[in-house]
Design a protein around this ligand. Structure first.
Ligand SMILES: Nc1ncnc2c1ncn2[C@@H]1O[C@H](COP(=O)(O)OP(=O)(O)O)[C@@H](O)[C@H]1O
Ligand SMILES: [Mg+2]
Length: 587
């Protein structure tokens, strides 16, 4: 499908309405023929011929046509406006759904600001086209043709002289269209870039302030702003060149009319009234010529926007539900990784991962930062797909499962906590909005969050700002943990969820979690104390499983785990194996 076909697939639903509207445009345009024609009759028959008795009738016709034309115009403007708004609504909805369907790789690739521009500026260019440009192009072409036809009926020689400027107009319009296309692409690019910059700076505003980098950021912003202004000016410069040409072409019609027409009236080959009629049609020729440049501009703006939006969403997400997913609503939580390899682009991230977890077990995954712990869990949730090997839950390959089903069985507290600007209760209940307040509170208690929440001014109704502003790192982590638990999933993943919580609170959380024996729990950590009691501990280093077992067996083994355990901090980040080997890792 091309970008335009994609656009027309949205327009299709409004086809009938638009056709009716275009018929109305046709009708209204054809009415414009009447007034100049009547003016001619007034000059020839009333003024010169003295038939004053028909004058009132003619005036009434003039008034009536104008009135009817206005009413029709009102109706078709309304249809175009309504259709464009509705079409845009559907399109925006579709694009938004696509955004939500997209996988992690899509969001790694696309900047937020770009995506925002697709949904705002680009959508608006499309709406403008449907609401205004379509009928204007059509109306102007009609007016032009009607005028030419009417002039032909008056006198073919005069008509031919006036048509002579046509090829020049067509040529200029097509040249302009070609010339401004790159300029519009550039405008859209700069606009996205400006948007991205503002979005990043607004959300990263605390970092900017903390480093007192306001001046630096303003300077950078000015560059973006300059870039956008220059892109706009550049396109304006492009089409400004064409404005005088169109202006000249349209004025030349006036010269031609009065020169050729004047001579003909003097020679007596046409009447004065005919000349008045033709000059009444003049604007119908002039107007399209004057408008051609503007409409070409708007058209190109529209095409660029459709192309931009389509390019963003045209590729299907690589991770999606298979056509015939295995129907299984609830999992027991048996998980197996079989020879799993994962590469991102050309980087080898995980190599030959094998382990098996029985339902209800607690698994500790430990290793230094960047060793691949989060990636293991991302593969389990199918945020990315394995390159080789297989991950199965209850014996079913995760790739054969319905994505929605798979993920609704997993409660995940992610490493970088994201909270919505909503109440604390709303944030915790996110995965299960129909739950009772008691359930929210119970989850918060397990996560050791209840105590600090009830101490807040509005308790559970406290609105946490964007991304959870106003809360400490540890508080955010505990809310995110409560959110993961409330879903009541058979698999719980806690990715570094207690890293910002003090040791004592962490121990309390662990004893609460330990009581949940009916689910499989993964705890990712780099502090041994966080996972010491796990049934299975997996030590990850540089994308490989180095050793695994429970705490006692790993200590007995006297390997990497043992070394780190005996080290002052018991933290994997403070003791890298490669350091010991003199390898490349840095802290
Ligand atoms: N989608 C990806 N594309 C490229 N590199 C990735 C991707 N995901 C993870 N990585 C890289 O893989 C390595 C492991 O990352 P991660 O699993 O987040 O480590 P950990 O959670 O153990 O700190 C890191 O070097 C990271 O940069
Ligand atoms: Mg991680």
């Amino acid at each position: 499908m091309t970008a335009m076909q994609w656009f027309f697939s949205f327009l299709k639903k409004y086809r009938l309405k638009l056709i009716i509207a275009l018929i109305l445009v046709t009708f209204a345009s054809s009415l414009t023929i009447i007034n100049p024609y009547i003016s001619g009759i007034i000059v020839d028959d009333v003024i010169k011929g003295g038939k004053t008795d028909i004058l009132p009738k003619l005036i009434i016709i003039l008034i009536l046509t104008t009135l009817v034309r206005s009413i029709i115009k009102y109706i078709y403007l309304y249809i175009f406006e309504i259709s464009s708004q509705r079409m845009l609504y559907t399109m925006r909805d579709y694009v938004y759904r696509r955004f939500l369907e997209e996988d992690f790789s899509f969001y790694n690739k696309n900047r937020t600001g770009d995506l925002m521009s697709r949904q705002t500026g680009d959508m608006d260019a499309i709406r403008h086209f449907v609401a205004w440009v379509i009928y204007n192009i059509y109306e102007n072409i009609l007016l032009f043709c009607f005028a030419i036809i009417m002039i032909f009926t008056v006198d073919y020689r005069l008509a031919l002289c006036m048509i002579a400027v046509m090829p020049l107009t067509v040529l200029t319009t097509s040249k302009q269209l070609k010339a401004i296309k790159p300029a519009f692409h550039n405008i859209r690019k700069q606009f996205s870039s400006l948007n991205t910059f503002v979005q990043e700076n607004v959300s990263g505003n605390r970092v900017v302030k903390a480093f007192a980098k306001e001046d630096y950021e303003i300077e950078k912003f000015n560059k973006e702003n300059d870039g956008y202004r220059d892109a706009e000016l550049n396109s304006a410069k492009m089409w400004r060149k064409y404005v005088p040409v169109f202006e000249f072409l349209s004025s030349s019609l006036t010269f031609i009319l009065y020169l050729v027409g004047g001579i003909m009236v003097v020679k007596g080959s046409i009447t004065m009234g005919k000349l008045v009629t033709v000059s009444g049609y003049l604007w119908m020729l002039n107007n399209p010529l004057r408008m051609a440049g503007w409409l070409a501009n708007d058209y190109q703006r529209f095409v660029t926007s459709v192309e931009k939006i389509y390019a963003t969403i045209k590729e299907d997400p690589t991770i999606k539900t298979p056509t015939n997913p295995v129907k299984q609503k609830h999992f027991n939580g048996e998980i197996e990784f079989k020879h799993v390899n994962y590469r991102a682009e050309d980087d080898v991230i995980l190599t030959d991962i094998n382990f098996k977890v029985t339902p209800g077990q607690t698994v500790g995954i430990i290793g230094a930062t960047g060793s691949g712990k989060s990636t293991l869990m991302n593969l389990l949730c199918r945020f990315y797909d394995v390159t080789d090997g297989e991950i199965s839950i209850d014996g079913v390959n995760v790739r054969d499962l319905d994505l929605y089903n798979l993920r609704s069985n997993i409660g995940m507290a992610m490493q970088d906590v994201f909270l919505f600007s909503d109440t604390i209760e709303g944030n915790i209940a996110y995965g299960n909005p129909n739950c009772t307040f008691e359930e929210v509170q119970a989850a918060a208690k397990v996560a050791n969050a209840d105590a600090f929440i009830v101490n807040m001014p509005d308790g559970y109704d406290t609105i946490v700002g964007e991304r959870g502003m106003g809360l400490s790192g540890g508080q955010k982590q505990r809310i995110s943990l409560a959110r993961a638990l409330l879903k009541n999933p058979s698999i719980v993943i806690l990715d570094d969820t207690t890293s910002a919580v003090d040791m004592e609170t962490e121990a309390q959380i662990q004893s609460e979690l330990g009581a949940l024996t009916d689910r499989t729990v993964f705890i990712i950590a780099h502090r041994i104390s966080s996972i010491k009691d796990a049934d299975l501990i997996i030590v990850v280093d540089d994308g490989k499983i180095l050793e695994s077992g429970n705490h006692d067996s790993l200590i007995e083994k006297k390997g990497y785990y043992y070394t780190v355990f005996n080290h002052q901090y018991g933290e994997f980040d403070h003791y890298k194996r490669s350091k010991q080997k003199g390898g490349k890792n840095n802290g």
